[in-house]
Design a protein around this ligand. Structure first.
Ligand SMILES: NC(=O)c1ccc[n+]([C@@H]2O[C@H](COP(=O)([O-])OP(=O)(O)OC[C@H]3O[C@@H](n4cnc5c(N)ncnc54)[C@H](O)[C@@H]3O)[C@@H](O)[C@H]2O)c1
Length: 253
């Protein structure tokens, strides 16, 4: 088992990628702390973790609230006394299909808050525990869109993910001396239910077009991302830090 007895916090664990990650972690022996704003989704993840004979605990947290994030880490410290792995998955595009000339302060704040600020605050709180332990693994969630485009209508989402890219690298430089690895994954298009529903009838043509462009000839599945996160969270990746790994079927090679 690659994560035997490790305590792992996963934010966004009620979503498709978060749930796949929680289940893989449970299969590899981790105690999984399931964090999300969505109570029903979190309960479903816990059920799947337990169906694999895993151990999980739900902590409902709105990651746009700094106070709630601080409270979540206090609870983890009190309940478990340690934190071996933090995976920041909560996020998404909350200002989609908005052209450059229509960007709003509210939409931008939402995207920065849910994606970038949440990641920074969770990393800040986790690093306090991990520096004390002199060990830890952090995996953040970027996106292939972190480079900007090609989607012309996801400007503030792309900017938030670009922020996570640079924050991840900077944090890796600071936490290396404490034996804490900080990396990120940057997926291309992944077949996730929330995205499918959000895109409606555009899903079929967009996903088919993407599959045709990716060298591996298909779009990704949540498990593809989960497996990469698992590797980066394991001891097998102990000499890897500051890297943003594209999980993309070779898109944009
Ligand atoms: N699906 C893709 O194609 C794709 C590609 C690249 C990156 N990503 C990133 O992967 C992550 C997961 O995406 P997914 O496709 O599984 O989407 P998802 O919508 O299924 O999962 C996102 C989760 O974040 C949670 N969340 C949203 N706001 C929150 C808040 N304020 N507090 C706490 N939790 C909150 C949601 O409840 C949800 O469970 C996101 O960060 C997304 O940007 C997804």
């Amino acid at each position: 088992m690659r994560l035997k007895d490790k305590t792992a916090l996963i934010t966004g664990a009620a979503g498709d990628i978060g749930r796949a990650t929680a289940v893989r972690f449970a299969e590899e022996g981790a105690v999984v702390i399931i964090s999300d704003i969505n109570e029903d989704g979190a309960a479903k993840t816990l059920q799947e973790v337990e169906s694999k004979n895993g151990t999980g605990k739900i902590i409902i947290t709105d990651v746009t609230s700094e106070d709630q994030i601080v409270g979540m880490f206090q609870q983890i410290k009190a309940d478990f006394g340690r934190l071996d792995i933090l995976v920041n998955i909560a996020g998404g595009d909350y200002e989609p299909m908005v052209g450059f000339d229509d960007i709003s302060a509210e939409g931008m704040e939402r995207n920065f808050s849910i994606n970038l600020k949440s990641c920074i605050f969770c990393c800040r709180e986790a690093s306090k525990i991990m520096m004390e332990q002199d060990s830890g693994k952090i995996v953040n969630m970027c996106s292939l869109l972190q480079r900007g485009g090609p989607t012309p209508m996801q400007h503030t989402y792309a900017a938030a993910k670009g922020g996570i890219y640079s924050f991840t690298r900077g944090l890796a430089m600071n936490l290396g001396m404490y034996n804490v690895n900080v990396n990120a994954v940057a997926p291309s298009l992944i077949e996730a239910e929330a995205l499918k529903q959000g895109m409606g009838e555009m899903w079929e043509p967009v996903s088919q077009d993407a599959a045709g462009r990716y060298p591996l000839g298909r779009i990704g599945k949540p498990i593809d991302v989960a497996n990469c996160i698992l590797f980066l969270s394991s001891d097998e990746a102990s000499f890897i830090t500051g890297q943003i790994i594209e999980v993309s079927g070779g898109a944009r090679l």
